[in-house]
Design a protein around this ligand. Structure first.
Ligand code: FAD
Ligand code: EGO
Length: 465
């Protein structure tokens, strides 16, 4: 299959974040890349879809960007560091809990900007061709063939390559072809929550309306809201809520009552008029979680990113995991000297447990944030974890930190957490046992004194009768 000195031809389906990054990786190796994206080129699109939407980027995505030389430009120069979460209570109280050391922060990066820079970087290579408004509609993946339909024409063309990369997102067409394979496992789950994006504009002075270097979170049990900062000093606010609840807020008055009740401090920041306008101009979007296995077909096709493992966004790891896919696949191409069969097989085997782990962690966070945030023990655990991490930075790594600030395999992050839970449970038993023992010992030792105090208390109580 290999042509002219180990160089192969690659078809990438999808020019989103992961597809565009994957094009950079293959271009860097000198392979011939053709990328097909179904939408128009976002860099020249006449009207941008929606407002500026941003994503939380952490070390996994940054490590992948560093390999293709884009980490500096994209993250350190453009991203806005968020060094702590800022928890907003209903009474307007806010509490900041740092993510860790001063270097441990996540970056808020604009999705459109990120996608534009990645596409431009890919296109700089003479061996990369980008085709927009080209939709993959079918094909024979075992032969490396896909069928592409050009927008506006009913004509289809067949494109053949050594390798097809499916980076076409949660509703992947490439994955639909994989499903025809025997022994292909697949499951998808829609959650009952949808999401809607709102906006907090900059202050009149042009400054951020809230403290900038935080991920703002309004946990309210069944509804949650977060805000990430944008370059233009606005905030993108994302409201997560059951579809039923979205439906019940069907008049401006009901909407304002709801917000004034649950998010009183956010109402003046968004502005009542803007809140009503943005809310009723948009529809809540669904959230889906997808697991499947394997990710490849023979030696000629593979799915990566959301196509392979779409997850609910409650860990802020979807893009990070997708970029890590590109990074891992690149390392496997080196390890197996461009032998596609071996690289694809190992990618499926190695990556699947980790992809499913992060899907599970994201879903678990969704459940935990809904059900546990009102328990004081929840924040207590977060604080304890931070404290123990500060005491023993290499020994006690909290789950959120291992996922967000380390390169530990996602499946190991879960193992690490299980081990910590065990230690904590045992020390809880030990502590309560030791406390009871301690109190008893003190009581025994001081029985005379206690008796004295007791009798004098009874005596003085007598004065009142
Ligand atoms: P996509 O970005 O979906 O791109 C797929 C591309 O393929 C699209 O451009 C599409 O037009 C194209 N395409 C689809 N079908 C075809 C076809 N048949 N032919 C040709 N092209 C096709 N992740 C984080 O890391 N941090 C966050 O803070 C974060 N927040 C999120 C918040 C929300 C509300 C959501 C929904 C997700 C969030 N994510 C986050 C996840 C992140 O958005 C995704 O993981 C990431 O966009 C996946 O990239 P992708 O390239 O695999 O898929
Ligand atoms: C209170 C309750 C504080 C995504 C629950 C923290 C996720 C979970 C969606 C945050 C951060 C990046 C995110 C923390 C917790 C992004 C994230 C977290 C959300 C929602 C998100 C944290 C985009 C659970 N990271 N996180 O610890 O700061 O902990 F709130 Cl709804």
């Amino acid at each position: 299959m290999e042509q002219d000195g180990g160089k192969i031809t690659v078809t990438i389906v999808g020019g989103g974040l992961v597809g565009a990054l994957s094009a950079c990786f293959f271009a860097k190796r000198g392979h011939k890349v053709r990328l097909y994206e179904y939408r128009e080129d976002i860099r020249t699109a006449e009207y941008a879809r929606g407002r500026s939407i941003n994503l939380a980027m952490s070390v996994r995505a940054r490590a992948a960007l560093a390999v293709v030389g884009l980490e500096g430009a994209l993250v350190r120069e453009h991203g806005i560091p968020m060094r702590a979460r800022m928890i907003h209570s209903r009474n307007g109280e806010r509490r900041a809990i740092p993510y860790g050391t001063s270097e441990q922060c996540i970056y808020s990066v604009g999705r459109k900007y990120l996608n534009e820079v990645l596409l431009t970087a890919a296109e700089k290579n003479p061996n990369v061709e980008l085709y927009f408004q080209h939709k993959m509609v079918g094909g024979d993946l075992s032969k490396g063939e896909i069928n592409v339909e050009v927008e506006g024409s009913k004509k289809q063309m067949m494109v053949k390559a050594d390798l097809v990369i499916g980076a076409d997102g949660a509703f992947s067409s490439v994955r639909k072809q994989l499903m025809k394979q025997p022994l292909f496992n697949y499951s998808q789950t829609y959650i009952e929550h949808g999401y809607m994006e709102l906006c907090i504009p900059p202050k009149k002075s042009g400054d951020f309306a809230m403290e900038a270097n935080y991920l703002h979170i309004w946990p309210r049990g069944n509804f949650m809201m977060i805000a990430l900062p944008n370059q233009d000093c606005s905030w993108t606010v994302t409201l997560f809520m059951p579809f039923e609840q979205f439906k019940s807020l069907d008049t401006p008055q009901k909407l304002l009552d709801f917000f004034n009740h649950f998010y009183p401090d956010a109402v003046p920041l968004i502005g009542e008029d803007r809140l009503v306008k943005d809310f009723f101009e948009s529809k809540p979007s669904p959230l889906v979680s997808v697991k499947c296995k394997p990710y490849h077909v023979g030696s000629s096709a593979i799915i990566i990113g959301d196509a392979a493992h779409a997850m609910v966004p409650f860990y802020g790891q979807g893009m990070n995991a997708g970029f890590e896919d590109c990074h891992i696949f690149d390392n496997l191409m080196t390890k197996h000297k461009n032998n596609l069969k071996k690289a694809l097989e190992e990618f499926s085997d190695y990556r699947n447990p980790d992809a499913e782990a992060i899907c599970n962690l994201a879903m678990y966070n969704y459940i935990e944030m809904r059900d546990l945030v009102n328990h004081p023990s929840f924040l207590l655990r977060k604080k304890f974890d931070m404290f123990a991490h500060w005491l023993m930075p290499n020994f006690w790594i909290p789950l959120y930190s291992s996922v967000t600030f380390s390169h530990m395999r996602y499946s190991l992050c879960i193992k690490n957490r299980e081990w910590q839970d065990k230690v904590l449970h045992r020390s809880m038993y030990f502590l309560s046992f030791a406390t009871i023992l301690g109190i008893s010992a003190v009581a025994y030792k001081c029985q005379d004194t206690i008796l004295n105090i007791y009798t004098s208390m009874i005596r003085s109580a007598h004065q009142y009768f």
